[in-house]
Write a protein that binds this ligand. Structure first.
Ligand SMILES: NC(=O)c1ccc[n+]([C@@H]2O[C@H](COP(=O)([O-])OP(=O)(O)OC[C@H]3O[C@@H](n4cnc5c(N)ncnc54)[C@H](OP(=O)(O)O)[C@@H]3O)[C@@H](O)[C@H]2O)c1
Length: 249
């Protein structure tokens, strides 16, 4: 069995790599930082191939698929980043780069590997979204929107597969604050206690085994999704704005 993990050089992707290797998966690890990927490879006991590349560049995403077409059993679309600030101030280039990574790369890999999986009627895809998928995100507008896309895309594909009684599995992980390199890149500090990446990845792999479609790592996070569903939209916007504003301070 072989898994391909995007964004494997740190945080959730790194921990998924360690855990999957520990249960016998060979791995293809993709992200930009070759040194970090090689350092991780040195710690793992299964066969690991390192692909150091920028996945916000579409040609690289196709290169990855063309190289590993029909050679992957488990795809983890994890690479992603956020940026906090006023929509009117964040440079457009940064946002387009975020959309290219969080949305376009994930879309292409999901589409192409899914077609391989459907042909052999087996395979698993895990798409990493966020709690941000469930609401609009003032002061992090583009990031929240990208994660809504990931959530909705995954849900829709799940239903299509289910109707066909396919053995291909698709899951969406929606974590809240988790202690990784995410904050540093987004230039923020979480105002609430975060989970460890070790906990989130263990929990996720357990839920995948149980064939759970939507994976939300703890009860507090599940409660917040429940609240969001029923809260008046304008109240929700004010609350999210305040949370994000606190993160910027
Ligand atoms: N941490 C949280 O609180 C949290 C909450 C909800 C959702 N998430 C989601 O979880 C996923 C993983 O993030 P994380 O929290 O583990 O953060 P992280 O530690 O910053 O990891 C992000 C990974 O993505 C890779 N990456 C970034 N830009 C890339 C690019 N252009 N091309 C290829 N790889 C790239 C990074 O590696 P390189 O720098 O080596 O490229 C790194 O391996 C993201 O999709 C994030 O949105 C995180």
């Amino acid at each position: 069995m072989r898994a391909l993990i995007t964004g494997a050089s740190s945080g959730l992707g790194r921990d998924f790599a360690i855990k999957l290797s520990n249960i016998g998966y060979d791995l293809v690890l993709v992200s930009r930082n070759k040194e970090k990927l090689e350092e991780l490879k040195g710690k793992l006991k299964t066969n690991v191939i390192v692909e150091a590349m920028d996945l916000s560049i579409k040609e690289n995403v196709y290169k990855i698929y063309n190289k590993y077409q029909n050679k992957i059993d488990f795809l983890i679309n994890n690479a992603g980043f956020g940026e906090c600030g006023d929509f009117n101030k964040i440079p457009l280039e940064n946002e387009l780069n975020m959309i290219d990574l969080n949305v376009v790369c994930l879309h292409i890999l999901t589409k192409l590997f899914l077609s391989d999986f459907v042909k052999k009627d087996e395979g698993t895809i895990l798409n990493v979204a966020s709690l941000a998928a469930f609401e609009p995100g003032p002061l992090m507008a583009t990031y929240y929107s990208t994660k809504s896309y990931v959530y909705n895309l995954t849900m829709a594909i799940y239903e299509e597969l289910r109707r066909k009684k396919s053995n291909v599995k698709i899951h969406v992980l929606c974590p809240g604050p988790t202690d990784t390199g995410f904050n540093e890149r987004a230039h923020v500090h979480f105002g609430v206690k975060s989970l460890t990446s070790d906990y989130v990845t263990s929990y996720t792999l357990k839920k995948i085994k149980l064939k759970k479609l939507l994976i939300i790592p703890n009860i507090r996070m599940k409660a917040s999704v429940f609240f969001v569903r029923f809260a008046p939209r304008k109240l929700l916007l004010k609350m999210v704005y305040n949370i994000q504003e606190r993160k910027l301070k």
